[in-house]
Ligand binder design. Sequence first.
Ligand code: GDP
Length: 419
Amino acid sequence: SPKVGVSPREHLSPLKIFVLAKKEINSTFGDISKYVSEGGEFLSSLELDKMPVIDNADRETVLAFPDKVRGIREVLARDHMKCVFFGRTSNGKSTVINAMLQDKILPSGLGHTTNCFLQVEGSKNNEAYLMLENTSEKRSVESVSQLGNALHGESLDPNALVRIFWPSNKCNLLRDDVVLLDSPGVDVSPNVDDWIDKYCLDADVFVIVANAESTLTTTEKKFFHKVSERLSKPNVFILNNRWDASANEPECIDKVRKQHLDRNISFLLEELKVYGSRSQAEERVFFVSAREVLNTRIQKLKGEQPSGGQIEGYQSRYFEFEDFERKFEKCLSETAVKTKFQQHCERGVKIVSEVMQIMDKAFQNATSLRESKIADRNEYLDRLEFTKMQMHELTDEVKHRIEQLVEQVECQVTQALSE
Ligand code: GDP
């Protein structure tokens, strides 16, 4: 059932699953932080020379946890969903990204070849600016033409990264913590291994922007062979872009589509082996026109009547792009929750269990100490028992919450898609 405080509308986007899970885990780690600190304070207050219920190493272990938890929370705060776009120059990578962002953000077209990595992410204060690698200087950008100018004169190598921060309130993807990365064309003889190390290892989804007017080249294929060698079963989508050009040859459009589809599927299924069945692979191949989608969305943004329908088949290409976006969002959100949060959750459980064990040890030792000394240490024992119980409850709770989270993700995705 929908969570309190979330409108049904917001439930429609599978991206919300990541956003909600992030909130949930953050609050769980807030609790872990509180309990771990309390445990540490309690152990610190013990006079171990008089009451040797625990050794110093154990106490130090517990005292080190608050910093560790803080570290995890910092990483958690930076966690996002990431998608990288690859393909040959001029296949339309920048246009696809702009269409998804609903506006002309990345420079595209002749003379605007992307010759380094451009990463678009949401800016918190809704300012637009860019940052070059290894600097903290913000360069304000108000328009796309300025973006080109702001980069003009920079000698950027193809490995360099420019981060573009764009107002989150202007686009759902950015608001929901999605980061999109445009790459230089794979044909600019890249140092593929460096690219993969630097940009691909934390990517949740890869999109190949192919040109529907030609077939995937060896260079494009080779690159993805390397990606799938390094990452186990990466999520790969193939967009056959410029499909509007097919309208010029209506007599062979079905044949061409089938030819591309068969080749794409066999690439995903037999070469990369990233999907288990033909139908799974088929769900990842699309025939679209990013330029048409972008134009339509810009016209809508300006409040104009979209005039996209001139080329035969426009409507079905537009629907196919929307279908891509939906499947893309679902895949992105599910993968990011699993790969990013599962790790944090496991570490959280481990920390809490370890504190719990140490508390338990202190309790056992205190009990036998009391028996041997028959001194009245009831108050101390009560405190210890109480703290131990809290830890116990927390361990169970964290485990329970994580199980729930995984279940919730699955159920919400199903629900979001059936609505
Ligand atoms: P990139 O180098 O891969 O980023 O390619 P761009 O996005 O800069 O696009 C290169 C050129 O192809 C631009 O002039 C775009 O307007 C054009 N283009 C992009 N997508 C389409 C499309 O779907 N159909 C057509 N006909 N042209 C497109």
